[in-house]
Design a protein around this ligand. Structure first.
Ligand code: ADP
Ligand code: MG
Length: 656
């Protein structure tokens, strides 16, 4: 074959024009694309050599070399991978065969602005070299062909390209970029190292660059672009060094990675100084193939509660870095997880928008979610190992399990409140999340009671899981609404996270047992209340009817209703809301946060057995007492009377 000039396929010419005109603001990606092609070429050689070891010729060590020549203004990326034959160079570099790019071309509108937005979403691959070059020379020889069967491909990125036969001893490909004047920054070791570090650190193949030295023999400071000196005084040393870390630990077999290495990698990606609580590393096979390495940090970040905050999972495609904080890879309630997902199926230039729509990504997200939940389940299971086996010396606890002790409560203290968001966010895993929740209770101070623990301790005849929400543990514990439950020895879960009430809207029962707020609706202790008690309560209510009517009238602006209750023992009154109403506590929180909350009027429940309430009917201070009763009930649950001054005045009048 002698030198010939060929035209690009029409779409390629169009694509080239777009690439050079629209990807201008993100120049550096060309290096990622070319290094990734070099790495692909090495993978292909490795694959073909499985059946034909001769393809390795006498260079079995696969590698990529990046060199530049400041004077000639060239940057060269050389690999000793599979290479291209002459026909392959014509086909692969002159036409678009990839379905993704074809797809992209078919969507082009001709409107440059709209098109340039589109282009970021599709792989532009090899042609991205033209972002920084006005001419590209490719020299290649396919592995297995003779040295005389090499090819040189040259193009200025306009309408056509030239191909010629060359002699090339070395197998593989050199892509020589003739840098544009405004891209000369890439003829610089420091710049190249930093871009390679950013995108290609985890390519397992060594990416080599020639070491440089100052003329007087002093090494340059790699952190300082010019080593604090004038450029141009550096000389190449002839020594090569790998500039990528090449440590894609997630691509290694689990058994080959030490605990220290896992921790070290966590620190690298999380910028967290403390080691993680746990990690999970898996290669997932099936219709979507990917590797996940996920970490549970031991400390919550300051901005944990910011749901818009960036997530901590990085996305790689075949070990090439694609993006940080890929929010599509985990639901929001697991936003504290750090780690890496490496997909074998996604295109290199996948955009955030595209991620949201991809079926593969959805599968990865589900897989990640399930994985995190099972790690948590495992920690939860071993959390109380030491107490569970106390006094049972024959029970041998493995070292591994022992290491997990106490971790779940540590995790829960940091991230429990965020996990609860999952009840509302992740319907398909609601039951698993519910099992992972822990609460304090009227009989246990530490936040350690699971719904399952609670159920196991339920009284004979008890039909619901009782809970109360309040702003603080003390307010919850001393709430008047708990009185009858305490008297009867019924445990009540105390919920003091802000998210609790919202989250519990999504959880109506646990394992078939309904959840019941003790501050909502009428107390129905069902079978827990004996007949005699019920009868006595009904009689008291009957006798109290005339006073109730007067109370309702006096408080008609404050209370939706006034009724006699059985839930109180020591307190004269308390406030409750309708069965499905928003609690006064949540309404208060919303208002504090500047959000609109429905103006719910609570129900005042009075204890007809209480001395104060008994006196009420015949008192000359009826009106004042009625208001004091209401305002005190509000105070008892952490609220404030609407008119605090009026309240103080009334109490003082009585005191006097
Ligand atoms: P992609 O890598 O997604 O296939 P590119 O535009 O990056 O798309 O590359 C187009 C094709 O050119 C590749 O599929 C490959 O066949 C060929 N190619 C590019 N670079 C190399 C290389 N360094 N060695 C061998 N073939 C290459
Ligand atoms: Mg490519």
């Amino acid at each position: 074959m002698s030198k010939q000039t060929l035209s690009f396929q029409a779409e390629v010419a169009q694509l080239l024009h777009l690439v050079t005109h629209s990807l201008y603001s993100n120049k550096e990606i060309f290096l990622r694309e070319l290094v990734s092609n070099a790495s692909d070429a090495c993978d292909k050689l490795r694959f073909e050599a499985i059946n034909n070891a001769a393809l390795y010729e006498d260079a079995p060590n696969l590698e990529v070399r990046v060199t530049f020549d400041k004077d000639a203004k060239t940057l060269t990326i050389t690999d000793n991978g599979i290479g291209m034959s002459q026909q392959e160079a014509i086909d692969h570099l002159g036409t678009i065969a990839k379905s993704g790019t074809k797809d992209f071309m078919s969507k082009l509108s001709g409107d440059q602005k709209a098109d340039s937005q589109l282009i970021g979403q599709f792989g532009v691959g090899f042609y991205s070299g033209f972002i920084v070059s006005d001419k590209i020379t490719v020299e290649s020889r396919r592995a297995g062909l003779k040295a005389e069967e090499g090819v040189r491909w040259v193009s200025a990125g306009a309408g056509d390209f030239e191909v010629d036969t060359i002699t090339r001893a070395q197998r593989g490909t050199s892509v020589i970029l003739h840098l544009r004047e405004d891209a000369l920054e890439y003829a610089n070791t420091w710049k190249l190292k930093s871009v390679i570090g950013k995108y290609s650190d985890h390519i397992s193949l060594p990416i080599l660059m020639e070491k440089e030295e100052w003329k007087d023999g002093e090494l340059i400071d790699p952190k300082d672009e010019n080593g604090g000196r004038q450029p141009g005084a550096m000389v190449k040393t002839g020594e090569w060094e790998a500039v990528n870390k090449g440590n894609a630990i997630w691509a290694r077999a689990k058994k080959d990675v030490t605990a220290e290495e896992y921790n070290e990698f966590y620190k690298q990606i999380s910028h967290d100084y403390e080691p993680p609580l746990a990690h999970s590393h898996n290669r997932v096979e099936g219709s979507t193939e990917y590797t996940q390495l996920l970490y549970i940090p031991s400390k919550a970040p300051m901005d944990l509660y910011n749901r818009d905050k960036a997530r901590g999972v990085k996305l790689y495609v075949k070990r090439v870095f694609i993006m940080d904080d890929a929010e599509a890879l985990l639901p929001s309630y697991l936003r504290f997880i750090k780690g890496v997902v490496d997909s074998a199926d996604l295109p290199l230039n996948v955009s955030r928008e595209l991620l949201q729509e991809s079926r593969d990504v959805r599968a990865i997200r589900e897989g990640n979610t399930k994985r995190v939940l099972s790690v948590l389940e495992n920690l939860a299971q071993h959390d109380s190992h030491s107490t569970a086996t106390e006094g049972d010396v024959t029970d041998v606890v493995s070292e591994e399990d022992k290491a997990k002790e106490g971790k779940y409560s540590k995790f829960y203290a940091e991230f429990g409140a965020v996990l609860k968001e999952g009840l509302g966010e992740d319907f398909s895993n609601k039951d698993r999340i519910a099992k992972l929740l822990r609460f304090a209770s009227s009989t246990t101070d530490s936040v350690s009671v699971s719904f399952a623990d609670y159920k196991a301790r339920m009284k004979e005849g008890q039909e619901a899981i009782y809970y109360i929400t309040a702003e603080t543990l003390a307010a919850a514990k001393n709430s008047p609404q708990l009185e009858v439950f305490k008297k009867k020895g019924i445990e009540v879960l105390l919920m003091t996270d802000r998210v609790d009430e919202w989250a519990l809207n999504y959880l109506h029962d646990f394992d078939g047992t309904p959840l019941q707020s003790v501050a909502k609706g009428a107390v129905d202790l069902g079978k827990l209340q004996d007949e005699a008690e019920k009868k006595a309560a009904e009689e008291a209510a009957e006798a109290f009817k005339p006073v109730l009517a007067k109370l309702k009238e006096a408080l008609k602006d404050k209370a939706d209703d006034v009724r006699v209750t059985t839930r109180l023992v020591d307190s004269p009154a308390c406030l409750v809301v309708q069965d499905h109403g928003m609690s006064t506590q949540l309404a208060r929180l919303l208002k504090q946060a500047g959000q609109s909350a429905p103006d719910v009027k609570p129900i005042l429940e009075v204890n007809a057995e209480h001395a104060l309430v008994k006196k009420l009917g015949g008192s000359v201070h009826f009106h004042d007492l009625a208001h004091i009763l209401f305002d005190q009930a509000l105070l008892a649950e952490g609220g404030l009377p609407e008119d605090p001054a009026a309240y103080v005045k009334r109490v003082n009048a009585l005191l006097v």
